[in-house]
Design a protein around this ligand. Structure first.
Ligand SMILES: Nc1ncnc2c1ncn2[C@@H]1O[C@H](COP(=O)(O)OP(=O)(O)OP(=O)(O)O)[C@@H](O)[C@H]1O
Ligand SMILES: C=C(C)CCOP(=O)(O)O
Length: 273
C-alpha cells in the first residue's frame, strides 16, 4: 500500500484511517465453509474452492494482497459451542472455560483457513478479536475494534484473516461478535468500497426463491428474512442484512459461484445499501 495511504491516527487512538478507498473486504460465511449442522466439520470442497478462487485472483492481480481483508464466520465451529453455553451476540458468559471453548473452536477454523490459503501462496495471517476488541458500553453497543495492526499488516503486504469471536462486553462478560459486524466495522474504518459476503445462497431470496437484486430498507424484505438453516447465535440472514444496511457503502451477498466475479469487480447476488 502506498505510504500516503495510511494517515497518522487522527486522535492518537488505535483508530487508523486508511486513505486508500480500494480495500476489498470479503467474508467467507460459516454456512459456506463448514457443514453447519455437523459440529466442527469443515466443508472441504467449498473451502478448497474458495481458497482456489482467492489465490487465483491475487496471482493474476485482480486484487492486491495489501488491499484484501478476509473475514470468516463461525458455522458449526463457533455457533455450536456458543449455543451449547447459551452465549450469543446479546447473551454473555463469565465462565472462562466456556469463552475459551468458543474462541478455541474459532481459532481452529481460522487455522484451517489460513493454512489452505498458504497452500495457494496467499500471505494470510490470523487476527483474533477476543484479545483486543470490546464493547465498553455493554451489549448491543458500539464495538471497539483496534485496527492499527491490520492496517500495518496490509501495508506490509499481508492478508489479515479475522473472524467472528468472543468479545469482552461491559456488564455481560464475553458475548459473540459476528463476522458480519466485523465486516461493517472494517469496511468503514478502511474506507472500503468493495464489500462482499459469500454464503451458501446466491443472494437474499424472496418467498419464491428468487434473488432480490437490491435492498435499501430492512422493512422491504423483512418478511423474507429468516435465521440460518442450522444452529446460529448471530441472527442468520436477517442479522446479516440488518448489519449491512448500517454500512455507508454498498455490500453484496452472493453464493460461491459469485466469489470470483466479485473479486474481479462484478456485482453478483444481492446489492445491499
Ligand atoms: N431470505 C433469505 N435468503 C437467503 N437465505 C436466507 C434467507 N432467510 C434465511 N436464510 C438462510 O440464511 C443462511 C445464510 O445465513 P448464515 O448466517 O447462515 O450465513 P453465513 O454468514 O454463511 O454463516 P455464519 O453466520 O456462520 O458465518 C442461508 O443458508 C439460508 O438458509
Ligand atoms: C459464533 C461465533 C463465535 C462466530 C459468529 O460469527 P458469524 O458466524 O459471522 O455470525
Amino acid at each position: 500500500m502506498s505510504e500516503d495511504a495510511t494517515e497518522d491516527c487522527p486522535n492518537g487512538s488505535d483508530d487508523v484511517v486508511v486513505g486508500s478507498d480500494d480495500v476489498v473486504v470479503v467474508k467467507l460465511g460459516g454456512s459456506l465453509i463448514t457443514e453447519k449442522d455437523r459440529p466442527e466439520t469443515i466443508d472441504e470442497n467449498a473451502l478448497e474452492a474458495a481458497c482456489d478462487t482467492i489465490g487465483a485472483a491475487l496471482a493474476d492481480g485482480a486484487v492486491a494482497p495489501d488491499r484484501l481483508v478476509l473475514v470468516h464466520g463461525g458455522g458449526s465451529f463457533g455457533h455450536h459451542h456458543a449455543s451449547k453455553h447459551g452465549v450469543s451476540t446479546t447473551a454473555g458468559t463469565h465462565d472462562a472455560a466456556a469463552a475459551f471453548e468458543i474462541h478455541g473452536a474459532m481459532a481452529r477454523l481460522n487455522h484451517a483457513i489460513v493454512t489452505r490459503l498458504h497452500d495457494r501462496s496467499v500471505p494470510a495471517v490470523p487476527v483474533h478479536p477476543l484479545s483486543t476488541s470490546s464493547r465498553p458500553s455493554g451489549v448491543d453497543r458500539d464495538l471497539d475494534l483496534p485496527t492499527a495492526s491490520m492496517a500495518t499488516l496490509l501495508a506490509e503486504g499481508f492478508v489479515p484473516v479475522i473472524h467472528g469471536d468472543g468479545v469482552a462486553t461491559r456488564g455481560a462478560g464475553i458475548t459473540v461478535v459476528s463476522g458480519d459486524e466485523l465486516v461493517v466495522e472494517i469496511a468503514e474504518r478502511f474506507g472500503a468500497d468493495r464489500v462482499g459476503l459469500c454464503s451458501t445462497v446466491p443472494g437474499v431470496l424472496d418467498d419464491e426463491g428468487v434473488i432480490v437484486p437490491e435492498i435499501t430498507s430492512f422493512e422491504a424484505v423483512a418478511e423474507y428474512l429468516g435465521g440460518s438453516d442450522a444452529t446460529d447465535v448471530s441472527g442468520g440472514m436477517a442479522g446479516k442484512v440488518r448489519e449491512l444496511l448500517a454500512l455507508s457503502s454498498q455490500a453484496f451477498v452472493f453464493g460461491p459461484d459469485g466469489l470470483d466475479g466479485f473479486l474481479r469487480g462484478d456485482e453478483p447476488g444481492t446489492r445491499i445499501g
